[in-house]
Each structure stands twice: as structure tokens, then as C-alpha cells.
Design a protein around this ligand. Structure first.
Ligand SMILES: *Cc1c(COP(=O)(O)O)cnc(C)c1O
Length: 380
């Protein structure tokens, strides 16, 4: 089955009792048992829910994986994965990553004796210096947020495999339409399905996908023990959103390419960060491991101040100033004062996240209107 067919059919059958095309929302906490322990495979909705199961199968198929697990948020998914570790274990993570993931690693799991090393993974060989007998997990985010750096998934996974270490890829920015990390050697894929998978800015949701049966069983055990599950209504909204994932991401990529050209030619714009630009340092790896370059763009201004950036954000109309990304509507954000405000300024500047850096999540509107919006905002 090809991707455009999978989003609509994989794991999804018309309802057996009524023929309903859409998967019903099984809004139930429990299930009738014929006699104690004799049931239809459903006992209690923390453990199994039919709406969630259909979504889990569909997501697994999209990532070319065997097992899918859904959670109440992306961070709940990461939390569950980290609970496979034990005190004394170590994680190696990329140093340019989602702020909430960084907080979970440093503020929660460090208290339980799990240490994370944050390193640049531009050169995967650097990894070897941080690997020791306690290293149990390598965490990759690519493209990264908000600098849109690219990490070579295959190269990192080869090193990890040599040492018997698991690798997890946060595939939120790329989506399985553009990149399938399990095919490149990763053990686990994680999603904040809040973003492109849901695609309509109306659900918070997370997922883990893997191939290994034993790992899946361990994750299901933790999912059920810890209980960070999504409700059936949210699972329904995800199933509905996924049906157009390929169309949305494709249009987002097309729009982003046109907007990138516009920004590169604009006299007030200094740097443009987009993996589709040939001079972007990860361009060739992106071209290898992704089928297109995504719909996230960051750029800086010659007037490299917060004030100049804020003016642009206040003037856009279709680009709404908001956190999050990946919805059908275009969003604009200022990482230095919004998503990355907790990072000390010197640390920010060192990775290129300057005061005027603006991040765009390009939606699926008509690109002419989006360009006019940015043009008006930049020209005041
Ligand atoms: C949003 C996001 C997360 C966290 O997901 P939630 O659904 O907000 O819990 C993790 N990683 C990336 C890349 C994200 O954008």
C-alpha cells in the first residue's frame, strides 16, 4: 500500500455492526463480560479502546512499523519511553531540541538518576566520545526546532547499533510522509501528533511506533500501568486529520519553497534557515533521508533586535502569532521570547538563535496571500 492509500485505509475497516465508514467513537470506560474474564478483548479503556486501537494500527502503518501506541500528548509518549530506563542509565540527545523534551530530561528524569548528555550531532562520530556502558538511549530530533538543522539518522543508528543502544527519532517536524526513521535503522519513532499528524490545531496527542515485539510489550505495559492515554474523541479527530496528511504536507512544502525564495530575496532578511536551500549545511542529508524539505522556516533580520522581530509578528494577518505548528493555518513565532525564552541568551546566540529570529509554520493557504502578508509585515 502506498502512503496516500495508507492514510485512508491502513488498519481501518468499515464498522462491523453498522457499516459506518468512519471509525466510531467508543466513548466507554468499560465492556460487558459474558462471565468473569470472558470478554471480546476489551476490559477497561485505559488498557484497550477500539477507537484508539484503530488509530494505533494506522499510525504504525504510516511509519512502516509493526506496533503503535497512543498517548495524551507528545510528552506523555516520551515519558513512557524514558520509563523503560533505570537509575544509572544514560541518554545522549541532540542539543537543539524541543524545549519540553529538554525539560523532561533535565528536570524530571535527572531526579530519578537518569543523566542526559546534550551534544551536537552534525558529525555522528562525535557520539562515540559520550557512549559508555550505561548509555541506553540516543535521542534524535531532525529537522530541529527552530534552527532546522539536519541529523544523519542512518549514520547515528549505525553507531548506536554497534554498541547495542536504542535510538529514538522525534519525527514531529518531518512527518512519516517525508521521512520514515524505522527504515533508516531507528528503533522507535515518536510523534507529537498535536502538530502535522492531527493537522488542525484541535487536539493534543502523542505516539510511539516500533518494530520490536519485546519493546512494544514493555511499552504497552508502561502505557497501561502509568495511564497517560488519549480519550476516544481525540483519537477520532486524529483519524480524521490523518486522512489528508499527505495533501497537507505536500502543499505546505510547496508553499514553504516559494516563501523561502521570497525571504532570500528580501532586503531586510539576513539569514534564512530551510533545509531545501542548497547552501544549508544539512541539505544533502535532507535530500537523502527526506522526500521533501518540510514546511518550517526560520529567518533573521538585519536589524537583529527583539523589537524589529516583534513588529513583524504584530503586523502579519494570516500568519497568526502563536506557539505550536503543523496545522492547516500558518503560524508565526518568536522563539527568543516564546518557545525558547527559558534558554540563557548566550546559549541561544551560540547556536544562531538570535534576538530577531522568526519561525514560520507554513500552512496550506494560497501562497500569494501568504507572501503578501509577509511582504506587508516586513515593509511596515
Ligand atoms: C510539540 C512538540 C513536542 C511535545 O509534544 P506535545 O504534544 O506538546 O506534548 C515534542 N517534540 C516536538 C518536536 C514538538 O514540536
Amino acid at each position: 500500500m502506498k502512503f496516500g492509500t495508507k492514510v485512508i485505509h491502513a488498519g481501518i475497516e468499515p464498522d462491523l455492526t453498522t457499516g459506518a465508514i468512519m471509525t466510531p467513537i467508543y466513548q466507554t470506560s468499560t465492556y460487558a463480560q459474558e462471565s468473569p474474564g470472558k470478554h471480546k478483548g476489551f476490559e477497561y479503556s485505559r488498557t484497550q479502546n477500539p477507537t484508539r486501537q484503530v488509530l494505533e494500527k494506522n499510525l504504525a502503518a504510516l511509519e512502516n512499523g509493526k506496533h503503535g501506541l497512543c498517548f495524551g500528548s507528545g510528552l506523555a509518549a516520551i515519558n513512557t519511553l524514558l520509563q523503560t530506563l533505570n537509575p544509572g542509565d544514560e541518554v545522549i540527545s541532540t542539543n537543539d531540541l524541543y524545549g519540553g523534551t529538554y525539560r523532561l530530561f533535565t528536570k524530571i528524569f535527572e531526579r530519578f538518576g537518569i543523566k542526559t548528555h546534550f551534544i551536537g550531532m552534525d558529525d555522528p562520530m562525535d557520539l562515540e566520545r559520550f557512549i559508555n556502558k550505561n548509555t541506553k538511549l540516543i535521542w534524535i530530533e531532525t529537522p530541529t526546532n527552530p534552527m532546522l538543522n539536519i541529523i544523519d539518522i542512518k549514520a547515528v543508528c549505525e553507531i548506536a547499533q554497534k554498541h547495542g543502544i536504542r535510538t529514538c527519532v522525534d519525527n514531529t517536524f518531518a512527518t512519516p510522509y517525508l521521512q520514515t526513521p524505522l527504515d533508516l535503522g531507528a528503533d522507535i519513532v515518536m510523534h507529537s501528533a498535536t502538530k502535522y499528524i492531527g493537522g488542525h490545531s484541535d487536539v493534543v496527542h502523542g505516539a510511539l511506533i516500533c518494530n520490536d515485539d519485546a519493546l512494544a510489550e514493555e511499552l504497552y505495559f508502561i502505557q497501561n500501568s502509568v495511564g497517560a492515554i488519549p480519550g476516544p474523541q481525540d483519537c477520532f479527530l486524529l483519524l480524521r486529520g490523518i486522512k489528508t496528511l499527505h495533501l497537507r504536507v505536500q502543499r505546505g512544502c510547496e508553499n514553504a519553497a516559494v516563501i523561502t525564495d521570497f525571504l532570500l530575496a528580501h532586503n531586510k532578511v539576513k539569514n534564512v534557515y530551510y533545509p531545501g536551500i542548497e547552501t544549508h549545511k544539512g541539505h544533502h542529508i535532507a535530500k537523502d533521508q527526506m522526500s521533501d524539505f518540510g514546511a518550517m522556516i526560520s529567518f533573521t533580520l538585519y536589524d537583529d533586535t527583539t523589537e524589529a522581530a516583534v513588529k513583524v509578528l504584530e503586523r502579519t494577518h494570516y500568519f497568526t502569532c502563536a506557539e505550536s505548528l503543523g496545522g492547516v493555518e500558518s503560524l508565526i513565532g518568536h522563539p527568543a521570547t516564546m518557545t525558547h525564552a527559558a534558554i540563557p541568551r548566550e546559549e541561544r546566540l551560540a547556536v544562531g538563535l538570535t534576538d530577531s529570529l522568526i519561525r514560520l509554520s507554513v500552512g496550506v493557504e494560497d501562497v500569494d496571500d501568504l507572501i503578501k502578508d509577509l511582504s506587508d509585515a516586513l515593509d511596515g
